[in-house]
Design a protein. Sequence first.
Length: 36
Amino acid sequence: MKPSHPIMKNRLNKLNAYLRLNKNMGFLQSDNAIKN
């Protein structure tokens, strides 16, 4: 299956969004750790 397949693309987008969210959470947590 090619990455241009809609379902695969959707899964990749969801995965990327999830990883970005986790990265942001990590930054927020380290931010709080530095402040405290």
